[in-house]
Design a protein around this ligand. Sequence first.
Ligand SMILES: Nc1ncnc2c1ncn2[C@@H]1O[C@H](COP(=O)(O)OP(=O)(O)OP(=O)(O)O)[C@@H](O)[C@H]1O
Ligand SMILES: [Mg+2]
Length: 326
Amino acid sequence: MQSLISAAQTQDATAAAGGIDPADLAISTKSLRKVFRDKVAVRGLTLDVRRGEVFGFLGPNGAGKSTSVKMLLGLVKPTLGSARLLGKPIGDREARRRVGFLPEHFRFYDWLTSEELLRVHGQLCGLRGDELARRIPRMLDTVGLTPHAGKQLRDYSKGMLQRIGLAQALIHQPDLIILDEPTSGLDPVGRRLVRDIIRRQKERGATVFLNSHLLSEVEVTCDRVAFIRAGTVIEIREVKEFERSYRNVVARVGRLAENALHELEAWGTEVRLKGSYLSMRLHAAEFAPRVVQYLVEHGVEVYEFTPQRITLEDRFLEIVSGDEGL
Ligand SMILES: Nc1ncnc2c1ncn2[C@@H]1O[C@H](COP(=O)(O)OP(=O)(O)OP(=O)(O)O)[C@@H](O)[C@H]1O
Ligand SMILES: [Mg+2]
């Protein structure tokens, strides 16, 4: 049942993007699959990311996020399926030049200074001369590394390396930016920096595809998110839907008999009464008035009735635990 629901939701979300001209998609994958020996890392990823959106790719450790990204970038060969980046099949060199990538574990040539590293990456992406010379200090400034520009990378801290990793992903003003855990190792100032960078890239018209475990950051930066578990997309959602998803309810009540609790399970789960506080999780936000009506009709005194928002983190935890619900 759950998998039917999930499949339907996934199809709906894909259909929502499906009316779009394929040229307007930054990423489009069809049944992308990767098996490492006997381990299915990615089960069959079908996903459309529109140009200009910030898309979050979320899932627990080992869900297949990095493997999916590596397949898109031609770093891991798919076992089955196909994908297009910026309208071109994966492996197309021109399209790849218009992609910026921050890997999960970026290995740097640690004898280079950050200026030299940016020069190499800029040149690999086709930048030359004055244009490249102008962009290097600007990028270092963007990621807050100007005071350390001449230092060899082997003398950088973890967070500083992460910052230079971001800079190399952005130096050529790519149309698509793929960031695998960009905030990993960063202090709160660095995390805010990543958030601002993503916002500015979106304003510039770039598409950002983001793997992240920092759900509060995802909630403020992403337009849509996909939740994946065990190599399968469980659900794709607009982030603004979470602003409207009031499904937890806490009510202060009087004269509620214990045996009425069972009846409330018609509209939700985890129905509990502690002292005069009734709490439950509604199957859908639309059931709130029905619960109030039921309570009133059964002589319960309702002093307070407060629906609470389900956050992206709540939803993530539900999906990780395998309790997707409706
Ligand atoms: N080169 C490899 N050889 C064998 N198995 C691999 C390889 N790379 C990944 N895997 C396996 O594939 C699965 C998915 O790994 P992946 O790195 O894509 O997960 P992830 O979602 O990025 O996790 P995390 O949140 O920890 O970064 C894991 O079970 C992992 O052990
Ligand atoms: Mg990963």
